[in-house]
Design a protein around this ligand. Structure first.
Ligand SMILES: Cc1cc2nc3c(=O)[nH]c(=O)nc-3n(C[C@H](O)[C@H](O)[C@H](O)COP(=O)(O)O)c2cc1C
Length: 204
């Protein structure tokens, strides 16, 4: 009998503010030995570098995460794809995954997913995730929101996506920016049934 592969989750990083949410999400997935299939848009890379001082140059991404989080025990794997590569494995439903998260999700990518454009690999992989009935989590980030943004969120939710806005809670009494990012990362992982223990459940 063939053994089941470990969890595979596709992560799309786009050019919205909040690159730190992406870093903490990938770190948490790696800590849970998830195989992370990573697609970063051009502006996703730009914001990672400008906002979070995270450079994608050099190639050894797993090492960069270990260094960033001072954690040598990140046991997962990262497989990275070009956002232009529409022939990548994650472009096909025959490549089995637990699902996909787009974090942070720009209004442009939200629109592309909501309208089924599939013009780049992030949009295509999200489209495939929905058509296969797998979990798609979108972490939109913009403020204020116009009616187009709201309609696109509703369209994506109607198609089966989970909308998990980058809105950390404050009842946790976060002490650092990392706590805020961990809260959002923890809520994302919870949707994939991973208890990352990144936030304490509310208790009166
Ligand atoms: C520093 C910076 C911050 C940005 N923040 C946001 C944001 O919070 N939300 C958003 O929808 N777009 C934001 N944008 C604009 C997107 O990057 C832009 O719409 C881009 O086309 C998104 O493309 P992508 O979804 O393929 O990454 C930002 C751009 C820059 C340069």
């Amino acid at each position: 009998m063939e053994s089941e592969p470990g969890k595979r989750i596709i992560v799309g990083i786009t050019g919205a503010s909040g690159a730190i949410y992406a870093l903490h999400t990938v770190k948490a997935l790696l800590r849970h030995a998830v195989e992370v299939h990573l697609i970063i848009s051009d502006y996703g890379a730009y914001v990672l570098e400008s906002e979070a001082d995270f450079s994608l140059k050099g190639g050894a991404l797993l090492e960069s995460f270990k260094t960033r989080f001072k954690d040598a025990d990140l046991t997962g794997e990262i497989v990275r794809y070009s956002n232009k590569d529409l022939a990548a494995s994650v472009s096909s439903g025959s490549f089995r995954t637990e699902g996909m998260v787009v974090v942070p999700c720009s209004m442009k990518t939200l629109a592309g997913i909501a309208q089924g454009i599939t013009g780049n690999l992030i949009e295509r992989a999200a489209d495939v995730t929905l058509k296969e009935g797998r979990k798609l989590v979108l972490v939109p980030r913009e403020t204020p929101l116009n009616k187009i943004h709201l309609k696109n969120m509703l369209a994506a939710a109607d198609a089966g996506a989970h909308i998990l806005p980058a809105m950390p809670a404050f009842y946790q009494k976060p002490g650092t920016i990392a706590d805020l990012a961990d809260f959002v990362a923890g809520r994302i992982l919870a949707l994939f049934d991973i208890d990352a223990k990144l936030f304490k459940p509310w208790q009166k």
